[in-house]
Design a binder for this molecule. Structure first.
Ligand SMILES: O=C(O)C(=O)C[C@]1(C(=O)O)C=C[C@@H](O)C=C1
Length: 389
């Protein structure tokens, strides 16, 4: 550790290392002068960062005490507070690090502070290496305990039974639209939506040999096969396309034979020891998947929220118009509306509606109170912070 007071005088050893000079990292000559000076600054900053992170962890523990004698980590978790903290980080950012990088660093600090006694247990569509797992880490950080589960249904079940605190499930893709099976789970489940995560999804073709000419069969999740349809048509028109339950499952299968490949994220390739044949291979460059964070509780407003509703309409003329009008009257913007069979009777429909704002906020609350006149039933699935990046 270098103490600032004992720092050698500026340029004491003469020459500074020119920017273009290529030296081995520990070359003795290069380590003198300007380089040593800059490293001393970095060492000092690291020490201060470490002190501050330690202090922060102590204060986070005090916040826990201030919340009372709660039992499990899930009772201390406050997504609305985390979202406010991260928003301020983004507002303050003036570079050189990108918003993504700063967000990730602060997310990890909070994740570690929360996990001091016990980590949150979060279920995701496994096995190891899925995009759901990446979304989980993006939202909860790496100090959360990630529980790989076999299906989206199982993610719901494990939270309902208390084995998991939260879950992360995919709900829509920018190119392929809604994942209906996820939405339909809310028709029977009592779970709430507590957050959302957006993840840029880069697909890769992965195989044991890494050679395109070896491949006769491609495994992937149906959504991923669809996201790479044009690329597959152009590059592997004759290969058999086999849909499986997840991308990581595809990678696991591709491990067993040289003529098999998987479409999955690079992480899955690393987990299952596969080589990258090609990538990114998604047809759309903005390929993004939105995930929902699900849990057992509602949370307070963060100031930048979204509310998801299930609205059952009566079978009568103008029903949908009537359902939508209270939102328009109270200036609540609607982000999305999707109709699905209600499972309660033939030709009965339910609307999944996302609006801006939190149910505890004036205009959303007012619109909701009027909605009751026109809908046969309204279920608030959750009000949660809008995804940050
Ligand atoms: O502010 C709180 O309520 C805390 O518990 C502290 C803290 C944090 O590290 O900032 C930790 C966990 C919560 O999810 C939110 C924030």
């Amino acid at each position: 550790m270098v103490d600032k007071r004992k720092r050698p005088a500026k340029k004491a050893a003469g020459k500074a290392v020119p920017k273009t000079a290529k030296r081995a990292p520990n070359a003795a000559a290069g380590d003198t002068g300007r380089l040593q000076e800059v490293r001393a600054e970095i060492d000092g900053i690291d020490r201060r960062i470490q002190e501050l992170i330690t202090q922060r962890a102590h204060w986070a523990a005090k916040v826990r005490k201030a919340k009372g004698e709660l039992k499990a980590a899930v009772e201390y978790y406050r997504p609305e507070r985390e979202s406010q903290i991260l928003r301020r980080v983004l507002d303050r950012n003036q570079g050189p690090l990108s918003d993504e990088v700063l967000l990730r660093l602060f997310r990890e600090i909070m994740s570690a502070c929360l996990a001091q006694q016990e980590p949150l247990k979060v279920g995701f569509l496994g096995p190891e290496g899925t995009f759901s797992q990446q979304a989980l880490h993006k939202h909860f950080g790496h100090s959360a305990q990630a529980l790989p589960l076999a299906s989206i249904e199982e993610v719901f079940q494990e939270i309902e039974s208390g084995n998991a605190d939260f879950g992360v499930v995919p709900v829509e893709n920018s190119g392929q639209g809604t994942i209906q099976s996820t939405l339909d789970m809310f028709l029977t489940s009592r779970l709430k939506i507590c957050g959302e995560v957006e993840l840029r999804v880069h697909q890769h073709l992965l195989s044991r040999t890494g050679r395109l000419e070896d491949i006769e069969r491609v495994y992937s999740h149906p959504q991923s096969l669809a996201q790479c349809k044009a690329w597959l048509r152009a590059n592997l028109p004759h290969a058999e396309k086999v849909p499986v339950s997840s991308n990581a499952e595809a990678a696991r299968r591709a491990r067993v034979a040289d003529d098999c490949a998987a479409i999955a994220g690079e992480t899955a390739g690393q987990v299952y020891g596969l080589k990258v044949v090609a990538g990114p291979i998604e047809d759309r460059q903005d390929n993004t998947t939105r995930f929902l964070v699900i849990g057992r509780e509602f949370f307070s407003p963060s100031g930048h929220d979204r509310t998801s509703l299930l609205v059952f309409v009566r079978d009568q003329p103008g029903a949908l118009y009537n359902v939508l009008s209270p939102f328009a009257r109270h200036g609540v913007s609607m982000n999305r509306i999707e109709s699905r069979p209600a499972h309660s009777g033939r030709w009965q429909y339910v609307f999944f509606i996302d609006v801006s704002g939190h149910v505890e906020e004036g205009n959303v609350a007012q619109a909701m109170s009027e909605l009751g006149e026109y809908a046969s039933d309204v279920v608030v699935l959750g009000s949660y912070p809008v995804a940050l990046l």
